[in-house]
Design a protein around this ligand. Structure first.
Ligand SMILES: [Fe+2]
Length: 387
């Protein structure tokens, strides 16, 4: 029976590979929590897409039939899109899963819901193992992650930086702003960093996504959220990985909203006001107050700049964060490494990563171990005692 099955699978695999519709980019994982994750990918044609997922017990993906998870909007499955984002919910914390993505081509949709479907493209589970991810744990002191910032579309630099890193040993990889110079098109986002992230880790290790000031610019910038959707719909988020809290804070633009460079489109003063209200409520939430360690990701470092955006962030966010027992903030933006000790003005340390390095961070019981790493290896190390 096994022989017949593998012969059939051998016939099926090439058929799928020659399917008309193609998965052109991804999948990548984002917005991971202890019970959910979002899977995103692109196809060259509109499709009805779904994800099949199962706990990984080390057995074949085809031992049982799997539920199909679709992207739905108000009760309707989405079939007109070429960028597919499917939220998986109800998962078990700290658990390894196997998954597979599928896109069924929509070849004709003339009126009503008379949809005609074509071939199905999918990730391969015949000649290679299915893709995996592990949900964030609900409790525990240990977390390890990497932070990239200010890549500015230099995918080649990103490749050189991460090629020797054991990426699957990390809980997530954070993008902390300015991964692109501006957001002009879908193809540009793929070329700038998403394809590289997928090649090295993002199909299996989730991205914790944060905007920088450069991602607020460009013709395609308003669609950025479709590439890294969040369950709340906001870029700013609170995540918990075990007992460690991560505040992802969106900086907005650095110059005044009226600056000629923004083409009359910037409205970040009001945006930051709304974000600061959310932050005030979030730091008093039980999830945040109960955390054993508290880490902030914010592209523009607080307390050290004199441009409008910097000063506005200092005015709105700093008073809240100074009372929130933050252990460390990770920033970029200046393109120069710096370590700002906790002081009177900013009551927590800030690691400013430069534009040629990434950050490797490991949280253990009572300590946060930090390294900045360039193409030549580790450049700076810090050990922070958790409050
Ligand atoms: Fe920046």
């Amino acid at each position: 029976m096994k022989k017949i099955l593998s012969a059939l699978l051998g016939i099926a695999a090439p058929l799928l590979l020659t399917a008309q519709i193609k998965i052109t980019h991804g999948p990548w994982l984002c917005d991971m929590t202890s019970t959910g994750v979002t899977v995103v990918w692109a196809t060259d044609k509109p499709a009805l897409s779904w994800v099949e997922v199962t706990e990984d017990h080390g057995k074949s993906f085809y031992q049982t039939e799997h539920k199909r998870h679709y992207e739905t909007v108000a009760g309707r499955r989405q079939a007109h899109k070429t960028l597919h984002a499917i939220r998986l919910e109800g998962l078990t914390p700290g658990t390894k899963y196997s998954y597979r993505i599928f896109s069924r081509e929509v070849v004709e949709w003339k009126y009503n819901d008379a949809v005609k479907y074509g071939n199905v493209a999918s990730t391969n589970v015949f000649s290679r193992a299915p893709l995996h991810f592990t949900t964030f744990p609900a409790t525990g002191d240990e977390v390890s992650f990497l932070v990239f910032n200010d890549v500015h579309g230099r995918a080649d630099l990103m490749s050189r930086l991460i090629k020797d890193e054991n990426l699957r040993s990390y809980d997530f990889v954070a993008f902390n702003g300015d991964m692109s110079n501006s957001v002009e098109s879908r193809e540009q986002l793929f070329k700038d960093y998403i394809d590289t992230a997928v090649k090295f880790f993002a199909s299996e290790v989730p991205v914790m996504y944060n905007r920088g000031n450069h991602e607020t610019r460009g013709r395609h910038a308003d669609l950025l959220g479709e590439y890294f959707p969040t369950h709340s719909g906001n870029f700013y988020q609170l995540y918990k990985v075990g007992d460690t809290a991560f505040l992802v804070l969106d900086c907005g633009e650095d110059k005044p909203d009226s600056d000629i460079e923004y083409g009359g489109l910037a409205d970040y003063d009001a945006y930051r006001e709304a974000e600061s209200e959310w932050l005030r409520a979030t730091v008093s939430s039980e999830a945040f107050r109960n955390a054993a360690a508290r880490i902030v990701l914010l592209h523009i470092p607080l307390g050290c700049g004199d441009w409008h955006g910097d000063l506005h962030l200092d005015k709105l966010l700093l008073p809240i964060l100074n009372e929130a027992d933050i252990d460390v903030m990770f920033s970029g933006h200046t393109h120069r490494y710096a370590f700002h000790e906790a002081g009177e003005k900013v009551r927590f340390p800030i690691v400013v990563n430069d534009n040629e390095s990434y950050v490797r961070c490991r949280v253990t019981k009572g300590k946060i171990h930090i390294e900045t790493v360039g193409t030549g290896g580790t450049t700076h190390t810090h050990e922070i005692t958790i409050r």
